[in-house]
Design a protein around this ligand. Structure first.
Ligand code: GRF
Length: 220
């Protein structure tokens, strides 16, 4: 490695379904982002994300929760598998399971999640419908460091979209998704460059605690 270059950030991605956020990370790697996606892990044997990984030459591994005695055993197994790839960062990209607090603990500061709401609003499921039911005029997505609290860890960055009259949950989700992809890639890039870290409970950018979530797509 010569001066100025950085070692690619080793990433393991967890996904339960379609995998469009995973695909965005693959595209970023192909496009020269300083990342090395080492594996895709899933809790669903039928997840389309697994095929995306195989087609991209990335190791694809599925573990079935029903093969384990309880949630904590499954979580230990899938995180042990992830650890074999010695990731610098685990990215939860549409990973639809709660994770045991003791399993999360050693990964705090080294695991992020993309969530389709403006956290702290609407942790959990059905975020688009809940935003519409509340009459929100603005909706969005967040990337945050993962802690034991579901969708409750320190937020790194957000993207906003206006809610239009007559929007449905499906329409909102469809408008938000391409921005989620860009948001996730932007956050991973900042972490890969060592610019964003978790220091205690605070997200830092370039050594300074964030006062509010970053808006990396705002100026574009
Ligand atoms: C995304 O909306 C993500 O924010 C949420 O689940 C969805 C996953 O989509 N957590 P995909 O599997 O990445 O296409």
């Amino acid at each position: 490695m010569t001066g100025g270059e950085i070692r690619p950030l080793r990433i393991v991605v967890f996904a339960s379904g379609r995998g469009s956020n995973f695909a965005a990370l693959l595209a970023a790697q192909r496009g020269g982002a300083p990342i090395e996606i080492r594996a895709l892990l899933s809790d669903k044997r039928t997840a389309p994300a697994l095929l995306l990984a195989e087609n991209a030459g990335v190791e694809a591994i599925a573990l079935a929760p029903r093969d384990y005695a309880d949630r904590a055993s499954f979580d230990r197994a899938i995180f042990d598998r992830a650890a074999q790839f010695t990731p610098d960062l685990i990215v939860l990209a549409g990973y639809m399971r709660m994770i045991d607090a003791q399993v999360v603990a050693p990964w705090i500061g080294r695991m992020i999640n993309i969530h389709p709401s403006l956290l702290p609003k609407y942790p959990g499921l059905h975020t688009h419908a809940r935003a519409l039911e509340s009459g929100d005029t603005v909706h969005g997505a967040s990337v945050h460091f993962v802690t034991a609290e579901l969708d409750g860890g320190p937020v790194i960055a957000q993207v906003e979209i206006p809610v239009a009259r007559g929007d449905t949950p499906e329409a909102l989700a469809a408008r938000l998704l391409p921005l989620e992809h860009r948001l996730l890639v932007a956050c991973v890039d900042l972490i890969a460059r060592g610019r964003v870290v978790l220091a205690g409970h605070a997200v830092e950018l370039d050594g300074q605690p964030l006062r509010a979530p970053l808006r990396p797509l705002a100026a574009q």
